[in-house]
Design a protein around this ligand. Structure first.
Ligand SMILES: *Cc1c(COP(=O)(O)O)cnc(C)c1O
Length: 391
C-alpha cells in the first residue's frame, strides 16, 4: 500500500500530462513559457485573489514573501514550532529571529491567545509572560515585531479572523503558509486568500503536486505582487538585465507548470474524494475515541486533508500501532517528531524542552496514516481494522 499514491493519479491522467509536456517540448520556452501565466491565472481565480506568482518551491515562495516584506536582522517573526522546517528556516536565513508560539491541541495550528501573550512578552521584555528566544548580542528590546507566519497544518487553515485582528492591532504583516492547504476553505473563502501574502508548495506529495519542486505566492496587494515578480527573476526592473533590487533565481520551470495545469483539471474532484476518505476514517475509528483522537475540523472550516493525523494515547501506543500497521504493509509517518524549537539548527535561539508543551506532547503521540484521493474503501477498512485490533 502507498502512503500517497501518485501512480493511481497518473494512470488516470497520463495522456493529458503527456500532451501538456509535449506542447512545451514543441514551443521550447522552458523558462517562463506561456504555461506559467496560464497556471497563475487559473490558480488565482480558484483561490479568489488578484495575483499569483509561480516560483521554484514552497520554500522560495516564503523567501520571496519575506523579502518583499523587507524582513531582515532585528525583525521578529512569530510562527509555529509544530511544522516543517521551511516555515521558519527562511526567517533565520534572512537574519531575522523566529519567535515560536505554541499550537492549539485540537487543530495543531497556532493558538491566537499564545500569539497575544508572545507579542506582549516581547513588547514588555518579559520572559515570564511567554518563552522568548535568545537574541545574541542584540538586546531583546531592540527586536522589532514585524510579522506572523501562520501555518495551515495538515491542510486545515489557521484561525485567520483572530490572527489578522491581532496582527492589525500590532501593525504586523500576516503570511499564510498554505504549503499543505491549497484547496481548503474557511468562512466560504479559499486557502491562499486569508493573509497579506500566502505561499503554497507543489512538492509532489502536497494536495496539488507537480513532478519536481514548485511553489506559488498569492496576494491582493498590487505593489507586493510587482515586487515578488521582480525578486523571482534576480530583482529585475524592466527586463532581466535591468536589476533594481537584490533578488533570487526563483522561477518555476515551464514543464512543471504544464504538469500542474493537467493535474488541476481533476483537482476539485480529488478534493472531494479526500473529504470522503477523511469522513470514512473518522467513522470507522469512532469506536476507539476514548483511546485515539481523530482530526477535528471546526465549524466554518474545510480541510484539504494533506495528512490524516491521529493522536495516540501515549508514545508507546503510537509505536505499537505503527508496528502493527507496518506488519500489514500499511505505511505511516510522523509529522513532526521534533518541534522546531528543539531542532539543532535553531539551538542558538536557546529554547528548551518544556517551552511549548502542546507541540512537544503532540510530537510524542501523533502519527499519520495513508491519505490520498484513490484510497479504496477496502483499504480504508483494512487500515482502521488493524488500528482497532492493535489497541
Ligand atoms: C512542504 C512545506 C513547505 C515547503 O515547501 P517546498 O515546496 O518543499 O519547499 C513549507 N511549509 C510547509 C508547512 C510545508 O509542509
Amino acid at each position: 500500500m502507498e502512503f500517497i499514491d501518485l501512480t493511481a493519479q497518473q494512470k488516470r491522467i497520463r495522456e493529458r500530462i503527456e500532451i501538456k509536456i509535449s506542447a512545451v517540448l514543441d514551443h521550447g520556452k522552458y523558462i517562463m513559457g506561456p504555461e506559467i501565466e496560464r497556471l497563475e491565472s487559473e490558480l488565482k481565480e480558484f483561490a479568489g485573489i488578484s495575483h499569483a506568482i509561480a516560483c521554484a518551491s514552497g520554500t522560495d515562495a516564503i523567501l520571496l514573501a519575506l523579502l518583499a516584506q523587507q524582513v531582515g536582522p532585528g525583525d521578529a517573526i512569530f510562527t509555529s514550532p509544530f511544522t516543517f522546517i521551511a516555515s521558519a528556516e527562511v526567517i533565520s536565513l534572512l537574519g531575522a529571529t523566529p519567535i515560536y508560539i505554541d499550537i492549539d491541541a485540537q487543530t495543531y495550528n497556532i493558538k491566537p491567545e499564545n500569539l497575544e501573550l508572545a507579542i506582549h512578552a516581547l513588547l514588555d521584555e518579559n520572559r515570564h509572560l511567554y518563552p522568548l528566544p535568545l537574541t545574541g548580542h542584540l538586546p531583546i528590546s531592540k527586536l522589532n515585531p514585524k510579522g506572523i507566519i501562520a501555518v495551515d497544518l495538515f491542510g486545515l487553515p489557521a484561525d485567520y479572523d483572530r490572527i489578522n485582528s491581532i496582527a492589525q492591532k500590532h501593525n504586523l504583516f500576516v503570511l499564510e503558509d498554505a504549503a499543505q492547504s491549497f484547496g481548503a476553505e474557511y468562512n466560504g473563502k479559499k486557502a491562499c486568500s486569508f493573509a497579506d501574502i500566502a505561499c503554497t508548495s507543489f512538492f509532489p506529495a502536497k494536495p496539488l503536486g507537480c513532478y519536481g519542486d514548485g511553489g506559488m505566492c498569492f496576494t491582493d496587494d498590487d505593489k507586493l505582487a510587482e515586487i515578488m515578480r521582480s525578486l523571482r527573476i534576480h530583482g529585475k526592473g524592466r527586463h532581466k538585465y535591468d536589476n533594481i533590487r537584490i533578488g533570487i533565481n526563483g522561477r518555476m520551470d515551464t514543464i512543471q507548470a504544464a504538469i500542474l495545469i493537467a493535474k488541476f483539471e481533476i483537482f476539485s474532484e480529488e478534493v472531494e474524494l479526500r473529504q470522503a476518505v477523511a469522513a470514512n476514517y473518522s467513522d470507522l475509528l469512532s469506536p476507539a475515541s476514548s483511546e485515539l483522537t481523530c482530526p477535528l475540523v471546526p465549524a466554518g472550516f474545510k480541510s484539504v486533508w494533506a495528512q490524516f493525523s491521529i493522536l495516540a494515547k501515549d508514545q508507546s501506543q503510537r509505536s505499537r500501532l505503527q508496528k502493527k500497521l507496518q506488519e500489514n504493509d500499511i505505511p505511516t509517518a510522523i509529522y513532526y517528531s521534533k518541534p522546531l524549537h528543539l531542532q539543532t539548527a535553531f539551538s542558538k535561539l536557546g529554547y528548551r524542552q518544556g517551552d511549548f508543551p502542546v507541540s512537544e506532547d503532540c510530537s510524542q503521540r501523533i502519527f499519520s496514516i495513508p491519505m490520498h484521493p484513490y484510497l479504496t474503501k477496502a483499504e480504508q477498512e483494512k487500515i482502521t481494522r488493524v488500528i482497532l485490533n492493535g489497541l
